[in-house]
Design a protein around this ligand. Structure first.
Ligand code: CS2
Length: 483
């Protein structure tokens, strides 16, 4: 990326028009795509400013609009923080207040791209079949109320319908969430959603809409009071929308944009024909290790990722897991997995980044399938390498049990998972490792059949869970690295 500085960037004076709608304007978008688009426009121009849509939260929308949507990104470098003002956002809209302006923006012919960061649970698409999850709350609502959608699929399909009716070319849709083959998944979900009310529209989408897959990467902890006071100190401005992030950033994009795109490569994006190997590498090595750190960290009272990485044994375990994850992947031209792993270890160690294990531990039922189950399935079923995957799953179970035991009344909130109610029910009264495993592993539709049928996997997880429950995280870590 272009080196950052501590000055306020000039707004894109000649770029008044928006060309992108982004759905999900949380910290990650502001630290990632908004920065790439900002730099791309500074380098090569183009009417690519972003209309930001928030599906649920209204605070961020109000905060951004009150300051012309400019905001501060603080990069936490080892030699001190650097702040940059980002001006690629043109306005923000809260869909939960009124979806009409969102649909108007989507119908605007100037909008040629819709990018998305809504987190895994907001998709409402079955990962295996690619069809919509009819019981997903937003999907359920939007199938019945297509003119006033509340969720991702409903909004995209309503926007595409308006364009088809008006004879306007569709926009390109870019999922930027940590899901494998995110473009293909979203394409299948959008087409299936449309098919249920309007088969012609579904056919038009199939023939005309491009859904490039992408791999996104930038560690972005939730903003804190320190973020805001640092932003004020570095820029002289109060900015409730300021965020902080690491210096590293990566965006690998399938180059399939029939109606053009910003010159994102000017900001360091890598445009490729096939993103999938990059996605697998990142999901399995970075995100999988993150989940391992998050759940073991929660069991062992490691508040931040950097605390876990400062512990010699924990850090050795993480390196071991990365090696195990690398063994599940085909070679990727130009990438050395062990160098990639070493870079990840250095990023996780960054003492300037206060990334809470609790933050990463949310939504485990959404994250574990691609981070832990899928790679575990790609290993020989009796491989010793399965151990670190089994440990991560066991640690997730231990965290769920710990939270339910700590606050039975508030467990649903504490679990912070879309399937919290099912998890609580599955755990009711069970304290023994084998019982906990049996009940959580059989939550419908998540642990793959191959693992359900594997006695080796079952025993590996139960053994580790028993150790976590009786001796704690540090003992389990020492045991694993010496196994
Ligand atoms: C993390 C990711 O919270 C999580 O699940 O693993 O948000 C991670 O920080 C990003 O994918 C890094 O690019």
């Amino acid at each position: 990326m272009t080196p950052s500085d501590n000055s306020a960037a000039a707004p894109h004076a000649d770029m008044a028009t928006a060309g992108i709608v982004h759905i999900g304007i949380g910290a990650f978008h502001r630290a990632h795509q908004a920065v790439y688009t900002d730099l791309a426009m500074q380098a090569k121009g183009g009417n690519w400013r972003i209309i930001g849509v928030s599906l649920r939260s209204t605070d961020i929308v109000d905060a951004l609009n009150a300051q012309d949507c400019a905001f501060t990104v603080i990069e936490r470098h080892p030699d001190g923080p650097k702040a940059r003002r980002i001006t690629s956002l043109s306005k923000a809209i809260a869909a939960s207040r009124d979806v009409a302006p969102v649909l108007d923006a989507l119908a605007d012919p100037e909008i040629r791209i819709v990018t998305i960061t809504v987190t895994e649970k907001a998709y409402g698409i079955d990962r295996v079949s690619g069809t919509v999850q009819a019981e997903h709350p937003a999907v359920k609502h939007d199938l019945v109320n297509p003119a006033t959608p509340t969720g991702l699929l409903g909004i995209l399909v309503a926007g595409l319908k308006r364009r088809k009716q008006a004879g306007i070319r569709p926009f390109t849709i870019v999922s930027c969430d940590n899901l494998p083959s995110n473009g293909v998944l979203l394409r299948n979900g959008v087409i299936d959603f449309a098919k249920r009310s309007d088969p012609d529209l579904a056919g038009w989408i199939k023939d005309n809409v491009s859904f490039p897959s992408t791999m996104v990467d930038r560690i972005t902890p939730a903003a804190t009071a320190t973020t805001l006071s640092d932003a004020r100190r570095l820029t002289g401005m109060d900015d409730p929308a300021a965020i902080e992030t690491e210096p590293f950033s990566q965006w690998v994009i399938e180059d399939d944009f029939p109606d053009g795109r910003p010159a994102w490569e000017e900001a360091g994006a890598i445009l490729v024909h096939d993103v999938e190997p990059y996605e697998l590498m990142k999901l399995r090595m970075l995100n999988g290790s993150h989940s391992l750190i998050a759940y073991l960290g929660q069991v062992g009272d490691y508040r931040y990722v950097r605390d876990a990485m400062a512990n010699e044994a924990f850090s050795q375990l993480v390196a071991q897991h990365m090696e195990n994850a690398a063994a599940t992947m085909a070679p990727l031209a130009g990438i050395d997995f062990s160098n990639y792993g070493a870079e990840l270890v250095a990023r996780f160690r960054n003492p300037e980044i206060a990334h809470e294990t609790r933050q990463i531990s949310m939504d485990g039922t959404e994250k574990l399938p691609q981070r832990i189950f899928a790679p575990a399935c790609d290993l020989p079923q009796d491989s010793k390498k399965i151990g670190t995957f089994a440990l991560c799953f066991a640690a997730w179970m231990a965290v769920m049990r710990q939270r339910v035991n700590t606050a039975p009344g508030a467990a649903a909130e504490l679990l912070n998972d879309p399937r919290a109610d099912e998890i609580i029910e599955a755990l009711a009264g069970y304290q023994d490792a084998a019982d906990i495993y049996e009940n959580l592993a059989k939550l419908p539709g998540w642990m793959p059949r191959q693992l359900q049928d594997s006695t080796f996997w079952r025993e590996a997880v139960i053994e580790r869970l028993a150790m976590l429950l009786s001796d704690g995280a540090d003992a389990a870590i020492t045991h694993e690295i010496n196994a």
